[in-house]
Design a protein around this ligand. Structure first.
Ligand SMILES: [Zn+2]
Length: 204
């Protein structure tokens, strides 16, 4: 079904509470309390991975509802804008991408959609600098150069593509932080001066 037809037939319905009118309604947005996770990199989230937010993230990932990324991105943008107002400086937003094969299977890459929504609302540029080379994908499927360079790494980035930048990684959800750590390592290898992360939800 083409998007326009689908939009008419299926008006937005909140992924958190099923109320019609929005992909993630104001009441559900207001129920989210921002969370900070300290560790190797600082992670800020729009909320804990529970309740309506958990339902919304799940729907974004598995429900084939890319439109939800705009409302969830707005939620993250509100947290990021609040941090910028306190004097924190971010030069660029960098999505933590899915492996290409997974993004193709899903039809979209939710982290890229979130990053776009956040960039539009904060005015920060989005740099799609990272490429995921490992996500349950057998090594044999990687091209030979990537395999030789990165036997263990999950992400690669072009050398110096983030040189000197204070980078905010963007992803949908983090649990152990392992993926964000891998992505941060690739960003630093590409020259990033500092790396922090913004996610929709953090699993505590
Ligand atoms: Zn709701």
């Amino acid at each position: 079904m083409i998007d326009a037809v689908r939009d008419v037939l299926l008006a937005p319905r909140c992924a958190g509470c099923a109320e019609p009118g929005a992909w993630f309604c104001l009441a559900c947005r207001d129920s989210c309390e921002p969370v900070t996770q300290r560790g190797p990199i600082a992670v800020r989230a729009a909320g804990a991975h529970e309740g309506p937010l958990r339902a919304a993230v799940h729907r974004l990932k598995y429900g084939k509802e890319p439109a939800l990324a705009d409302d969830l991105g707005a939620l993250v943008a509100r947290v990021l804008a609040g941090d910028l107002a306190t004097g924190i400086v971010i030069d660029a937003i960098v999505p933590v991408p899915l492996h290409r094969a997974r993004a193709l299977a899903r039809g979209y890459d939710q982290a890229s959609l979130l990053a776009g929504a956040i960039g539009r609302r904060t005015g920060l540029p989005v740099r799609t600098a990272l490429r995921r080379i490992r996500q349950g994908t057998p090594q044999v499927e990687l091209d030979r150069i990537a395999r030789a360079k990165n036997v263990r790494a999950a992400f690669v980035a072009e050398a110096a593509s983030l040189r000197g930048l204070r980078v905010a990684l963007v992803d949908d959800v983090t649990t152990t932080g392992a993926t964000l750590r891998d992505a941060a390592a690739a960003a630093r290898a590409a020259g990033a001066r500092s790396v922090c992360a913004y996610v929709v939800a953090v699993e505590e």
